[in-house]
Ligand binder design. Structure first.
Ligand code: ZN
Length: 489
């Protein structure tokens, strides 16, 4: 690989040169959505961050196996491993099959991701489809002595694990303090310590989603699915694990403990975490009334929004911040992004029409490497975007006759936009693609109707009627005119 990518490894808290286990195949796992609610900004940011990484790794020549899971087993809260899970509760109240709810929100998640131009992962495993693998993992951890059974549930023994390994290696928490300060909570007496987390939970009578296991009819603890599925598809050791910073503790810490307890070594070489999103400076939360889901952004249908924002505006806005910085959503900030995006799109569409000269006044020789350097520096998308604005400035200047470009430099500018703006940042021209699709579609209909005219001229009534009838059945209105035909839908 010619490009030297450095990424900030949360595990060591520093930037490291990325070197995959296998020379050309990268294994990458990202914690996906819990599908019991509408996709919102908290889903968009990790999806876009790791989509950028997925696209870039492929662009610089790697083959990437990207695994992003669907949490459909349902869990009360990310940091609680007890109680009736959310999907089950909603299903019980609305008398739905739990998988009906999970499927509904999975579909909505996919639709939103497609609108945001987030590429689908290579594998999208569902937690509910990997119960045997999760049971097997619990058995292995029990066998190695790092878990205990209690009343039909199985808990991870944090203190015992910490005696040999380091619980807190990722979040840099002091485990001794945790162990000292933890006290037993109500209803958690079956655990030895409250830091111990559930690997398997016995289901209470009202719990709908349950599976048979050696310990009880129950369900896996939330942290377990990611360990089980990443091992299954990427192996006991793999390159990159990503997710939002909110997952760092306890979820990812527990994943490390589970993998190490089962296999004697941690699985992940590079941990990457994207920072959080705030709305008007406040944390997003249902109770704060500032919880805006993606569809509401796309339609503008929310009291906090003064207008609709297209999926590409949201994508561009997120990419304008480095993934390790917080992002604050406000109407003003989004409107600024909308303008900036428009400027870049306009410049990109202008390049083909630029005049060329025998010499370039504009210097674009180092522009491509500068774009690479930005990405190689821990995916610094805001710096990359700044270079693209410089490219746009040159386009406008040449277009206004103030600077000149050779044919070669013009081609290079075009390829910089194609590679970095469209391909790697994953921006698409939403209006242009609709227009282009419609133009192609209209041409195809015209072509069919031309064939019908020709059939009529040849007195081939069967063909002419067939074309007319089938188009009519599809909802087209066709009118014969002196010039030929008119049509509309
Ligand atoms: Zn996970």
């Amino acid at each position: 690989m010619e490009q030297k990518l450095t990424i900030f490894n949360t595990l060591h808290r520093e930037k490291e040169i990325f070197q995959p286990l296998h020379p050309s195949l990268v294994g990458m796992y990202v914690c996906g959505p819990t599908v019991y609610g509408d996709p919102h900004l908290g889903h968009a940011r990790p999806a876009i961050t790791f989509d950028l990484l997925f696209r870039y790794l492929q662009f610089i020549g790697y083959k990437v196996r990207y695994v992003r899971n669907i949490t459909d087993v349902g869990h009360l809260e990310h940091d609680a491993d007890e109680g009736e899970d959310k999907i089950a509760k909603k299903a019980r109240l609305e008398q739905l099959e739990p998988m009906e709810i999970a499927q509904y929100y999975t579909n909505r998640y996919h639709k939103a991701m497609e609108a945001l131009n987030v590429l689908p992962p290579s594998i999208e495993p569902h937690a509910s489809g990997h119960i045997p693998e999760q049971i097997e993992l619990v058995e292995k951890i029990l066998e190695h002595g790092y878990a205990y059974e209690s009343e039909g549930s199985v808990y991870f023994d944090v203190e015992k694990y910490n005696g040999k390994h380091h619980y807190g290696v990722l979040s840099h928490r002091n485990i001794d303090e945790l162990l000292e300060t933890t006290r037993d909570l109500d209803g958690q007496q079956e655990k030895r310590r409250s830091v111990d987390f559930a690997l398997w939970k016995k289901a209470s009578p009202e719990h709908i989603m349950r599976w048979r296991s050696p310990w009880s009819n129950g369900f896996p603890g939330w942290h377990l699915e990611c360990s089980a599925m990443s091992t299954k598809y990427l192996g006991a050791e793999f390159d990159i694990h990503g997710g939002g910073m909110d997952l760092l503790f306890p979820h990812h810490e527990c994943e490390i403990a589970q993998n190490t307890a089962a296999n004697g070594k941690p699985a992940v070489r590079y941990w990457m975490h994207n920072n959080m999103i705030t709305v008007n400076g406040q944390k997003m939360g249902k109770s704060l009334g500032n919880f805006i889901n993606l569809e509401e952004f796309f339609t503008g249908d929310h009291p906090l929004l003064t207008q609709a924002y297209s999926p590409m505006t949201i994508r561009f806005f997120i990419l304008q911040s480095h993934y390790r910085s917080t992002v604050d959503f406000s109407n003003e900030a989004l409107q600024a992004s909308e303008k900036g995006l428009k400027r870049l799109l306009e410049a990109a569409s202008l390049i083909d029409k630029l005049p060329t000269a025998s010499a370039s006044i504009s210097d674009i020789t180092s522009l491509r490497q500068k774009c690479f350097d930005a990405l190689n520096d821990d995916l610094n998308s805001p710096v990359l975007i700044a270079h693209l604005f410089e490219a746009a400035r040159i386009v406008n200047s040449v277009s206004g006759g103030k600077e000149t470009l050779t044919e070669t430099d013009k081609a290079e500018l075009k390829s910089i936009f194609d590679d970095f703006f469209f391909n790697i940042l994953g921006i698409k021209d939403e209006s242009a693609s609709d227009d282009a699709n419609y133009a192609a579609f209209a041409k195809a209909v015209d072509m069919l109707l031309d064939m019908r005219l020709e059939a009529k001229r040849n007195k081939d009534w069967a063909t002419s009627d067939k074309i007319r009838n089938e188009l009519t059945a599809l909802g087209f209105e066709i009118k014969d005119t002196k010039e030929g035909f008119e049509w509309r839908i």
